[in-house]
Design a binder for this molecule. Structure first.
Ligand SMILES: [Zn+2]
Length: 672
């Protein structure tokens, strides 16, 4: 075959295959047999190999075809994916506007208003116009690399279009939301029911489950879609407004939601919220609110962010879905810290599309405050992913047969005494080796955000413990096939899978390991802080309360909890056992090298010894951030010779102004 003939055929085949992909994946209505489809695909692959061309990057052969993975690799986002502050009422929305207008000193703020899709946030990296990598949001700093799976989403461009008014940037992080349309979700669940598989609870779960498949071929068969809504790090190009970025994204061939609008001021935003609320039932996909973003990017930068949420954006949520049902019983669950949590067992009821039969009652005080009794008819509500809650009791439905609930005086799991410590709302089991606590502790240890041991959920953790194979998380690393095979429901394959994932967890990220230890008051965020400040387990175990409280965000309560944890002989034993098993956390960086961590600098005037870029690099290397103008977050303004208006801004905002020499002292470069 001649080259030009081949190229024609290649183009034709791509068109045909794209068409059949849409029939198959999006419309669930295939026109040709799988065999015929495979034949077309093979023909295209062969031709592409013989006659490589420019269109290869976006060819359907590039979407599916990667081999299944053993595990997702972690992916550090070039720029963190922040979470949004929430508003639930119009007052909260106008308060938000008033607050940021005050900070930015503006009479009127222009926004971009967008529907808030109820899907899964993802980060897409394009280099020189080609899709090279994509990841889940994860904890905002690190997600999971799901490049293979993202490639299978038909509406995700593998290559950015070059035809638009904007050239293609060298590097761009595109932020988007992967979702499943309601109709596709219905068909998928139907197909699963026919195949005897468990249906998904809602489109969001279906989308999340589909994206986290290790085998991209499974993801490819799920009807996923994507909308993009912004950019993270962008190199070689600048925009002045968020709306401008959205327009460029559209021109580059990305699917941008057509309901996104510019809003002149906050009242236009509130009107938009009302319009979208009434449109909501007719939309082909699920949304749970609208997002408002300040349009002017310079103003965004001035506003900055606070505790991992940008100050310039707000998620306005629709009211939570509610339903009425009957409480059949109140049972007590024992958690990792020995906390007893009362849980309402209810007549199953559909709340906003999800069947619900349990709701947390938090603690005894909460039950008393709301006067919840067994046999009561109650209103429950569910907002997003949150566990359903009881809002109120329908007292008019009371018959007099309802029963009061009392917290048990003894632990339902081990029979030990239950105490309520002063100042705490929770009742706790006093037995440190309470089986319920240990099981929950092991489950926490293995969970995705901790050591991420696949296949070690609640049930497996409990059965290993009940069989006497493990008494603490470190025992996991001494399990063998011989020990596991006799267990009920443990086939050869699941045993070797479990042992594999235990092996794979032996080099956890240092912060994940700290979090996995299950120290009271040490959540993911505190674990990250500790990981930044202590270079290994010995250093952390050796820290006293004073060392710990030197870290700004760590108060005495957390510090005492950490010191207490490591002084407990039982815990030291478990840590020894981890080390013997060969667990070696990957320690990343030390505080000592980052004296400017969390500090924000603005430079003005001419510096004596440092060039402006040199100063900027120095700040960044030492963990700090350089801002272009003085804002609420600014820690220091460094003033050189003939400083500009920024000096005045600093004085107005009472921000510390320092000399170059003082700056160098902060960095540790000048010891004089
Ligand atoms: Zn107990």
């Amino acid at each position: 075959m001649k080259r030009d003939e081949a190229l024609k055929r290649i183009a034709k085949l791509r068109e045909i295959i794209d068409y059949h992909n849409r029939r198959y994946y999006q419309q669930d209505d295939p026109e040709i047999s799988d065999a015929k489809y495979d034949e077309l695909m093979r023909e295209l692959q062969n031709l592409e190999e013989l006659f490589p061309d420019d269109g290869l990057a976006s060819s359907p052969t590039q979407r599916v075809g990667a081999a299944p993975l053993a595990k997702f690799s972690p992916f550090e986002h070039p720029r963190p994916m922040l979470s949004l502050a929430n508003a639930f009422t119009p007052e909260e929305i106008t308060d938000f506007d008033a607050r940021i207008r005050r900070m930015a000193d503006l009479d009127r703020m222009e926004y971009v208003a967008e529907p808030k899709l109820d899907g899964l946030a993802v980060n897409l990296i394009y280099e020189h116009g080609l899709f090279v990598r994509g990841a889940t949001r994860g904890d905002g700093a690190t997600g999971e690399d799901i490049t293979q799976n993202l490639r299978t989403i038909p509406s995700l461009p593998l290559e950015m279009k070059k035809s638009g008014a904007h050239p293609v940037p060298d590097f761009i992080e595109v932020r988007g939301e992967v979702y499943m349309e309601r109709a596709s979700f219905g068909k998928l669940n139907h197909r699963r029911a026919v195949d005897g598989e468990e249906p998904f609870a809602n489109p969001r779960n279906a989308a999340a489950g589909s994206l986290r498949q290790l085998d991209p071929k499974i993801t490819a068969r799920r009807p996923l879609s994507i909308f993009v809504y912004g950019a993270g790090l962008l190199k070689g190009m600048q925009f002045s407004t968020h709306f401008g970025i959205l327009e460029a994204l559209r021109q580059w061939g990305f699917p941008v939601n057509h309901l996104i609008e510019k809003a002149d001021d906050i009242s236009a935003c509130i009107a938009y919220f009302g319009r979208i609320s009434s449109l909501r039932p007719e939309l082909p996909y699920e949304i749970d609110g609208v997002v408002l973003k300040v349009n002017d990017l310079t103003v965004q930068e001035v506003l900055g962010s606070v505790s991992r949420s940008p100050r310039w954006a707000l998620a306005c949520k629709f009211p939570a879905a509610q339903a009425t049902t009957l409480i059949r019983d109140i049972v007590v669950q024992v958690g990792r810290m020995g906390t007893l949590t009362p849980v309402a067992v209810m007549e199953p009821v559909n709340v906003g599309g999800v069947m619900v039969s349990r709701a947390t009652l938090h603690n005894e005080d909460e039950i008393r405050k709301k006067d919840i009794r067994i046999g009561d008819t109650v209103v429950i509500q569910r907002a997003g992913d949150v566990i359903p809650e009881v809002v109120s009791v329908v007292t008019s439905r009371r018959t007099g047969e309802e029963k009061f609930f009392y917290m048990p005086s003894h632990c339902p799991e081990c029979g030990s005494n239950v105490v309520r410590l002063e100042g705490e709302a929770a009742h706790r089991c006093v037995n440190l080796s309470c089986p319920a606590q240990i099981k929950e502790h092991i489950r926490h240890f293995a969970s995705r955000d901790a050591m991420d041991i696949d296949g070690l959920g609640e049930k497996v953790a409990a059965s290993l413990f009940d069989a006497g194979l493990i008494a603490d998380p470190a025992d996991l690393y001494f399990l063998t096939e011989e020990k596991l095979l006799p267990l009920e429901r443990m086939a050869q394959k699941s045993v070797s899978n479990l042992l594999d994932s235990i092996q794979m967890s032996k080099t956890p990220a240092w912060d994940k390991f700290i979090f996995a230890l299950g120290i009271r008051h040490v959540g993911e965020k505190t674990a990250r802080l500790l990981a930044q400040h202590f270079a290994g387990i010995d250093e952390l175990m050796g820290a006293d309360v004073e060392d710990l409280t030197q870290i700004k965000e760590i108060g005495p309560e957390i510090a005492h909890s950490i010191v207490g944890f490591f002084s407990e002989p039982k815990n030291r034993e478990v840590i020894d056992k981890f080390l013997r098993a060969g667990i070696s956390p990957l320690v990343q960086r030390q505080r000592k090298d980052r004296p400017l961590d969390g500090k924000y600098f603005v430079f003005t005037g001419t510096l004596e010894t440092l060039g402006r870029n040199e100063a900027k690099t120095l700040v960044q290397e030492l963990g700090g951030t350089v801002q272009s103008s003085v804002g609420g977050k600014t820690s220091f303004v460094v003033a050189g010779a003939s400083p500009g208006s920024k000096l005045e801004q600093a004085r107005n905002r009472a921000v510390a102004v320092i000399t170059e020499k003082e700056f160098l002292k902060l960095t540790g470069r000048d010891k004089s």
